[in-house]
Design a protein around this ligand. Structure first.
Ligand SMILES: C[S@@+](CC[C@H](N)C(=O)[O-])C[C@H]1O[C@@H](n2cnc3c(N)ncnc32)[C@H](O)[C@@H]1O
Length: 267
């Protein structure tokens, strides 16, 4: 799924405003740290990052690990550098995760939502290439997007639940994930920006959203197509490539249960 084209300044502004799960939450970062401690990877080895997530670049800088960020977008590496702390000392490879030719280059690869940016028809090629890029017994930390369990059966139920909350927290934080999951194409588990953004417009036209709610949702128009899976499907798809070492799920934002982080090891 191709990302949209943004200027570097628009990129920085987009990532600055992004909220979990688009940017990792504190609890997600704690889980990544925990996985690092359960191995000795925080003090050894070469790391690869699928994307340029500022928090992961910061993690590598904190541990003084060499990190190579791989991204299909030529501007994102520069654009996220100013969001990293301490200052990163990493490198950039402008390439597609599926085609990047980095055989046996990394002891650890981290992907924060990376597979979810790809169409399911690309998932096997993606997993095969991550496997190829890792050294023997290399580790892979992957934050996933899963659409189970489903708590709501209609858009109206989701909106009713939100309106019943005693504290009206940000509508994006509270129900964006639920709307995305509810509107996934059942055949593929994917959603594209056009569908999501048009569905939001329809809800407003049907007067199911207030002016304020609509404006807030419109501040974060969807820009990437996304895919969701189930834990069962995912575990089946990785079985020939990776062993599951651990699965932890964050709990510090709404519906965080849909965003487990897998610690995998190369078979
Ligand atoms: C790491 S992903 C996910 C980020 C975020 N944590 C989330 O959940 O949305 C975001 C990045 O993936 C990049 N990207 C998407 N598909 C790609 C591909 N096939 N190869 C390399 N980079 C890709 C985009 O350019 C974008 O910078």
């Amino acid at each position: 799924m191709m990302p949209d084209q943004k200027t570097p300044a628009q990129h920085t502004a987009y990532w600055e405003k992004a909220e979990p799960p688009v940017r990792p939450s504190r609890e997600m970062l704690r889980i990544y740290q925990d996985y690092l401690k359960s191995t000795d990877l925080w003090q050894r080895g070469d790391w690869g990052l699928l994307g340029c997530t500022a928090e992961i670049r910061s993690l590598a800088a904190q541990h003084q690990r060499p990190l190579c960020c791989i991204d299909i977008d030529p501007h994102i590496y520069e654009a996220t550098a100013c969001l990293c702390s301490p200052k990163p000392n990493d490198t950039f490879l402008h390439n597609n995760w599926i085609h990047a030719d980095c055989s046996s280059s990394f002891d650890l690869i981290i992907g924060d939502g990376s597979q979810s940016m790809l169409h399911p028809s690309e998932h096997n090629a993606f997993l095969a290439n991550v496997h190829r890029m890792l050294r023997t017994k290399g580790h892979f930390f992957l934050r996933l997007q899963v659409h189970q369990p489903r708590h709501f059966h209609s858009t109206q139920e989701i909106l009713d639940w939100y309106h019943e909350q005693p504290q009206q927290n940000s509508i994006n934080q509270a129900i964006r994930s639920l709307l995305i999951i509810h509107w996934l194409d059942p055949a593929t588990g994917t959603i594209d920006p056009k569908t999501f953004n048009e569905n939001i417009d329809d809800l407003y036209q049907q007067k199911k959203l207030s002016d304020g709610e609509y404006q807030e949702l419109c501040k974060k128009r969807m820009v990437f197509s996304l895919s969701y899976t189930t834990k069962e499907q995912f575990e089946q798809s990785i079985d020939s490539y990776f062993e599951v070492k651990d699965i932890q799920t964050p709990d510090d934002f709404y519906w965080a249960e849909h965003y487990p982080i897998y610690h995998l090891q190369k078979r």
